[in-house]
Design a protein around this ligand. Structure first.
Ligand code: AMP
Length: 283
């Protein structure tokens, strides 16, 4: 696997790839890789001749400084996993390489307002930071396809809308969520959970599954109340939001017949680790 920290080196390597008329698949990550990330890499390897993974803990998408400091960094382990899976090139720049002029300002990109709700409402500036880094990475790598996990559904939808609205010639490919055996969605943050918190973290998956089963039988309002009640009974888990929304507009649904595409999204803190998950209820 080629490993580079500078834009110059990456671009020289990719020039040679393009000259051979090979397609480039790209997987942006923040490292602390797990099977969820590797599912994206494997999918990219199936669709493309050459696969690039980036690892960059992007400070401008963290609205919480403690969260940024605590974010796991295990680059040696990550390199090993990427070599095993057969990734072609790793780009793992330092801050100065990504942002030579210092921290870029917050930008209000036009993504049809999708960045203003849910995660956007709870994490001010988060999506501006995400779009800024993805835009910069796309400019550096110029991939044919880029792979994003359904686990961060709102992010996936926003990136998809961003490339359409700004005519960026990259195909965005969604990849289903990888889960632990008990349903907990794989996340780099899971490794920060204390054992007793880890046990209770399955509550996110449990309420999503219940929402799927109960949809149509219970009113949307009753279902949401049930979820709030379940979290009130929990010892460590604290609900931030549980919303049922239209899959494409993210507008809340009030009745089950209101939309033919519905997704449930949840965010909760377990101990001091913030987790998100989602499940398509129907489409
Ligand atoms: P991150 O390193 O958290 O920024 O994630 C990098 C990419 O991996 C994003 O597109 C995520 O949506 C995706 N990802 C994270 N966790 C999972 C998972 N459990 N299953 C599938 N994709 C995931």
């Amino acid at each position: 696997m080629l490993k580079y920290k500078t834009v110059k080196e990456v671009q020289a390597a990719l020039k040679a790839v393009r000259e051979k008329k090979q397609t480039i698949g790209f997987v942006p990550t923040m490292g602390a890789l797990h099977e969820g990330h590797l599912a994206l890499v494997k999918e990219a390897m199936e669709d493309n001749d050459f696969v690039v993974v980036s690892i960059f803990v992007n400070p401008i998408q963290f609205n919480n400084k403690v969260d940024l400091e605590k974010y796991p960094r295990v680059i040696e382990q990550d390199i090993k996993l990427l070599e095993e899976v057969g990734c072609d090139l790793l780009f793992y720049p330092e801050f100065e390489e990504m942002y030579p002029d210092g921290e870029p300002p917050e930008v209000d990109y036009n993504v049809n307002g999708l960045d203003k709700v849910l995660e956007g409402a709870f994490r001010p500036g988060h999506f501006s930071g995400v779009i800024t880094v993805v835009k910069r990475l796309f400019e550096i790598i110029a991939p044919d396809r880029a792979y994003f996990g359904m686990k961060d559904y709102q992010q996936l939808l926003i990136i998809n809308t961003f490339v359409k609205n700004y005519n960026i010639p990259v195909e965005i490919v969604p990849v289903p969520t990888e889960r632990e055996e008990d349903g907990l969605a794989l996340s780099s943050r899971n490794r920060l959970l204390k054992p007793e918190h880890r046990r209770e973290a399955t509550l996110l998956y449990e309420v999503l599954k219940r929402a799927k089963i109960r949809s149509g039988f219970q009113t949307v309002e009753d279902l949401k109340r049930d979820v709030v009640r379940k979290f009130k009974k929990a010892k460590y888990a604290e609900l931030e939001y549980f919303e049922l929304v239209d899959l494409y507009t993210l507008k809340p649904i009030v009745t089950w017949v209101q939309s033919s595409h519905v997704i449930a999204l949840i965010a909760a803190k377990v101990g001091d680790v913030r987790l998100i998950d989602n499940m398509i209820i129907y489409m």
